[in-house]
Design a protein around this ligand. Structure first.
Ligand code: TA6
Length: 306
């Protein structure tokens, strides 16, 4: 939806404003008693989130992120759907599926009694999406910005056949420095180590970082915590409807190749100031959405003092 008059109907003073920005894309900006966030309607892409009591954003957006029709945004919480990673047979199709690069419909906005703000968006199939995934599934995303950030991704399957799909909320979390943080909650989990050529390993203790990490942790519904002594905070990530967790940092060489992470606060590279902890259903844990049924992947994020 990029019609300014239609968009304006969803504005709520003190909660949500809507704007048409770079390259004609539509954005929703939320600012309430609890914090601020921005969302791009293309991809239903939550771009950033900062609670009022945090000096630094909790959801990280690259300063070099570009906003263009059909392009993904570096940072935020990209919606990966209906496959995760490269498509299994079609190498030319978009990595992580098409949901993050197509326009979504803004359905509703609401100011809730606890001071939080909610936004609902949907994605319905088009000729272009059917060409890559010939199913009638409807996707809905609800974002609630309150003391916590909540994101709920629901797949509705009105068809007569079960649907198997991969998905993730590929969230970039803001940190002080990748070398100083750890991710807790994955001890003893089996994971697929993509950096080591998809070898399967078992996590021992917390995840710490001294090089590129690209791992899909399997069969885990566990909450994760990013412990960050530099920013004196921990980011709690609690999920339901997700059986895989992806942990990713590109490290220097890959970030340089990708070229859109920015210089970072101290000029050491913006990639040092983010880590992706993604709530997913992928690889062994792709999800089956029953005929006539639905499936919801829901994640909540909170930043708390150490
Ligand atoms: O989730 C980790 C990952 O799949 C990595 O392999 C990495 O390439 C990353 O996502 C970013 O993908 P993107 O397509 O957004 O550049």
């Amino acid at each position: 939806m990029s019609n300014p008059t239609l968009l304006a109907r969803h504005a709520i003073p003190g909660h949500v404003s809507l704007r048409i920005g770079t390259n004609g894309l539509a954005f929703a900006d939320i600012d309430n008693a609890h914090g601020s966030a921005s969302l791009c309607l293309q991809g239903a892409h939550l771009m950033s989130w900062r609670p009022k009591d945090q000096a630094e954003p909790v959801v990280w957006l690259s300063p070099l992120a570009t906003f263009a029709p059909g392009k993904s945004i570096r940072g935020g919480a990209p919606v990966c759907w209906p496959w995760f990673g490269p498509h299994v047979t079609e190498s030319g199709w978009p990595g992580h599926g098409f949901a993050r690069t197509v326009p979504w419909e803004l359905c509703d906005t609401a100011a809730l009694p606890d001071g939080s703000t909610s936004i609902g968006l949907t994605l319905t199939p088009t000729e272009a999406t059917r060409a890559q995934w010939p199913h009638e599934a409807r996707l809905a995303l609800r974002v609630s910005v309150g003391r916590r950030l909540r994101i709920e991704l629901t797949t509705h399957n009105p068809g007569p056949q079960d649907l198997v799909l991969g998905e993730a909320l590929h969230t970039y979390l803001g940190i002080s420095d990748i070398g100083a943080v750890e991710v807790q909650g994955l001890d003893a989990c089996e994971y697929v180590d993509k950096v080591a050529g998809a070898v399967r390993k078992v996590q021992r203790g917390a995840v710490r970082f001294a090089g590129e990490v690209d791992r899909v942790y399997l069969n885990t519904g566990a909450d994760c915590v990013i412990v960050d002594p530099g920013l004196q905070r921990r980011i709690e990530i609690a999920k339901t409807g997700s059986r895989a967790t992806v942990v990713w940092t590109p490290w220097a060489e890959k970030a340089d190749k990708m070229g859109d992470f920015g210089p970072g606060r101290a000029g050491q590279g913006g990639w040092r100031e983010m880590v992706c902890v993604e709530s997913a259903n992928a690889l062994d844990n792709v999800v089956t959405v029953p005929a006539g049924g639905s499936h919801t992947l829901s994640v909540s994020y909170a930043a708390l003092p150490l």
